[in-house]
Design a protein around this ligand. Structure first.
Ligand code: PLP
Length: 388
């Protein structure tokens, strides 16, 4: 059976060029980058070259790039690190209701341990308003954390405008850019954020590595203690092969971005159009203009997203209902609910996230399968029969 993978926002396969670039650092140049002998020095040179390359691609300085184990750790580091750096005062933090759990749960944890927390609601397209942010800032606010692109809908926030509002009140700004990195061309200095999280496995790099951009001079408490690795921000022997992989993955993403963006925009536009032609009772979730090129989120009336996911999986098509980290849970997506989508409709949401290996030629099969499976599930749905 042919398998079609449309879940690139959950993870991506490692790009062959990334794999090739990483290979020498497992067995040949395997040294500990902190050792002073030649084995270590060679690893150190490679690690710092990777950091330099990333910094020049992202538009920041090399010593502002801290390697982490991925998006979740970067988010934790940014949020807990900032709040705990202000432990001698009252702390208030602001985030949004559509964040990934790596941000939401971290903020809620801090709220359970004494911080005040404001969770901003988006409009019905999933956009957070700079005015709402302005109103939420108090004299105790130490941090605002709002994501760049949403993992479920692909909706892109105006991060520069939001960061400006925070900075006007002297408040730090963090953005989770896990789903925008490598998909849209931004420079950190244009976004003007203080911290930004990236994860390699979302952009054809290896799993288990990411980075936190940390603006020079930002006061952040260290979470893991031990050696003086990563500018004394994160102790632990550096993951050299993966850092090389992350740098290569970003390089390829920036190199091919224009072409890939055009290709994915064409493909998702055609997909959305075909869905509308062939299936009734569907609703696109998120801002269809301001979205990353690979993501389409659709709710199918009167059936459960989880049932569609399982039916498509039996036919070889991999998609996601809600964010991958919460799949299996039966509650409707917190992102759709926050956008005002009714729970019964949010329950029927499916995320299609296309990628490098998605081909226009596969669309017909995906649409045909969806038409059949949605029809079959609806024929068994009392909700759908009641509507007719
Ligand atoms: N933030 C967003 C927006 C994500 O989509 C994800 C992963 O799904 C994460 C954070 C967590 O990243 P990681 O899997 O590298 O921990």
């Amino acid at each position: 059976m042919k398998r079609i993978y449309l879940d690139h926002n959950a993870t991506t396969p490692v790009h062959p060029e990334v794999f090739e670039a990483m290979k020498p650092y497992f067995m040949d140049t395997f040294g500990n980058a902190s050792s002073t002998h030649e084995f270590g020095r060679k690893a150190r040179v490679a690690l710092e070259q990777a950091r330099e390359k990333i910094a020049s691609l992202l538009g920041c300085k090399a010593d502002e790039v801290i390697f982490t184990s991925g998006g979740t750790e970067s988010d934790n580091m940014a949020i807990k690190g900032t709040v705990w750096a202000n432990a001698d005062q009252k702390t208030h933090l602001i985030t949004s209701a559509i964040e990934h759990h790596a941000v939401l749960e971290t903020c809620k944890y801090l709220a359970a341990h004494g911080s005040a927390l404001t969770i901003l609601q988006p409009d019905n397209l999933g956009i957070i308003s700079p005015d709402d942010l302005h109103k939420a800032i108090t004299k105790d606010t130490v941090l605002v954390s709002i994501m760049h692109a949403n993992n479920e809908t692909g909706t892109i926030q105006d991060i520069a405008a939001l960061a400006k509002v925070a900075h006007e009140s002297g408040v730090l700004f963090h953005t989770d850019a896990v789903q925008s990195a490598g998909k849209i061309p931004y420079k950190i200095n244009q976004l003007d954020v203080d911290m930004l999280s990236i994860s390699a496995h979302k952009l054809y790099g290896p799993k288990g590595i990411g980075l936190l951009y940390l603006r020079k001079g930002t006061n952040l408490v260290q979470l893991s203690h031990g050696g003086s690795h990563e500018f004394k921000r994160r102790a632990g022997t550096e993951n050299v092969p993966s850092a090389i992989g992350l740098a290569k993955a970003l390089e390829i993403a920036y190199r091919d971005m224009e072409m890939e963006t055009a290709r994915l925009n064409r493909m998702t536009a055609k997909f959305a159009e075909q869905l509308q032609v062939h299936i009734d009772g569907i609703h696109f979730i998120g801002d269809q203009q301001k979205r990353v090129p690979n993501t389409i989120n659709v709710a199918f009336e009167a059936i459960e997203g989880e049932s569609i996911l399982l039916s498509l999986d039996m036919k070889g098509i991999a998609v996601s209902s809600g964010s991958a980290c919460t799949s299996g849970a039966t509650e409707p997506s917190h992102v759709a609910l926050a956008m005002g989508v009714k729970p019964e409709l949010a329950q029927g949401a499916i995320r299609f996230s296309f990628g490098r290996h998605s081909e226009e030629a596969d669309l017909d099969f995906v649409i045909d399968t969806l038409v059949k499976e949605v029809g079959r599930l609806r024929s068994m749905s009392p909700l759908y029969r009641a509507k007719k």
